[in-house]
Design a protein around this ligand. Structure first.
Ligand code: ARG
Length: 358
């Protein structure tokens, strides 16, 4: 459901939350009155920068699926709400990548572009992340990332020539509130990548695997106090398992376990050799080692699990519930060897939040 007018009750709830968590500010009642008037007159209202920054940070804090929320207060908020053209959005996405990449010292960042308004929807990005690798359908199967086959075909339909590599960065497809979609190449110097090597096995480099440094989700709406920002790309840093136990390992992604197992000389004729498990560990060792060697921020699932429990207890101490989705929080590798496995979580859904609308 896409509602372009701001719900006054949502607005009031948010403004109250903002003031409750920032008691030194004062001025709750005049602000409530102004917001109500603005909504009555225009169908929406404009957040102050402080409200926007707080709203975006709390949206991260409320992300049930995210294990990395300990640092939610440090989210850098780039206020670009005046930007609504496709060209403007493209420039901001590239600037976002450059700033957030920080030469390897990755900074959690969100760029907030023009919101939906009663008069006009805000812009949207069709790519689910700012950096995605193409997937080309060929007679021998998909070359590249099978997850992005449709996106690759959409880019081609808009005139992208395409390539033939396994790690070709796709252009951004931007839909402005009014007018035609724009295709925008992401300049190479805005995309930091890490070639994968293994600390012990020299042959690992011959697999020619790599991954990009910054995961920047670009297809979720940021909802704050009844206002929807449909274009608000945000990033954190990677946890190794996202790459080593999913992107490169899943059978419907790069599907590398058999390749790694074969190089390791494992017995793949029986499941009981646990060759998949063994290959998974070595692939994940390679991911963590390679990022560290390239001086690119990454965390391992043991450390990130402990941080998450620290976050939970801090939230409890602050008198808040910290909602979490067990099936997303538990890492896809060695789940039971991490403390987040051995408990249940509150499953409430809170706002502000990042949500999928399509
Ligand atoms: N799992 C996604 C990927 O592998 C990224 C999701 C966001 N991850 C993060 N560390 N902020 O690309």
């Amino acid at each position: 459901m896409i509602e372009r007018t701001a719900d006054p009750r949502e607005a009031e709830r948010f403004i109250r939350l903002f003031h409750a968590e920032n008691p030194s500010l004062g001025g709750l009642y005049p602000r409530l009155r102004d917001v109500a008037r603005e909504i009555a007159r225009f169908g929406t209202y404009t957040h102050t920068f402080e409200e926007l920054e707080f709203g975006a940070r709390v949206a991260w804090r409320n992300s049930n699926r995210c294990i990395g929320r300990l640092y939610w207060r440090s989210l850098k908020v780039r206020d670009r709400r005046q930007v609504r053209t496709a060209e403007g959005v493209a420039l901001e996405c590239v600037a976002h990548l450059r700033e957030a990449t920080g030469n390897g010292k990755i900074r959690p960042t969100v760029t907030v572009l023009h919101p939906d308004t009663p008069a006009l929807p805000g812009p949207r990005i069709l790519n689910d992340q700012l950096i995605r690798y193409a997937g080309y359908r060929t007679r021998g199967g998909v070359v590249g990332d099978p997850r992005n086959v449709e996106l690759t075909e959409a880019a081609k339909a808009l005139g992208w020539p395409g390539g033939s590599g396994r790690f070709d960065v796709l252009p951004l497809i931007i839909q402005p509130g009014r007018g035609d979609r724009l295709l925008c190449n992401v300049p190479g110097d805005a995309v930091l990548e890490v070639p994968l090597v293994h600390p012990e096995y020299a042959w690992f480099a011959e697999l020619e695997l790599r991954w990009h440094a910054v995961p920047a989700i670009s297809d979720m709406c940021l909802e704050i106090g009844g206002v929807c920002y449909p274009c608000a790309p945000f990033n954190g840093w990677y946890m190794g398992t996202e790459i080593g136990a999913r992107n490169l390992a899943d059978t419907d992604r790069y599907d590398q376990l058999a390749v790694v197992a074969e190089r390791l000389g494992l017995d793949t004729s029986t499941e009981r050799s646990l060759w998949r498990d063994h290959a998974l560990v070595e692939l994940n060792v390679a991911v963590l080692h390679s990022f560290e060697r390239a001086r690119v921020t990454i965390s391992d699932h043991h450390t990130e699990s402990r941080r998450f429990l620290t976050h939970l207890s801090r939230e409890e101490k602050a008198g808040r519930v910290c909602p979490a989705d067990w099936s997303w929080i538990v890492p896809p590798l060695s789940g039971s060897a991490t403390p987040v496995f051995h408990r249940y979580y509150d499953t409430r859904v809170l706002t502000p939040s990042f949500v999928h609308h399509r």
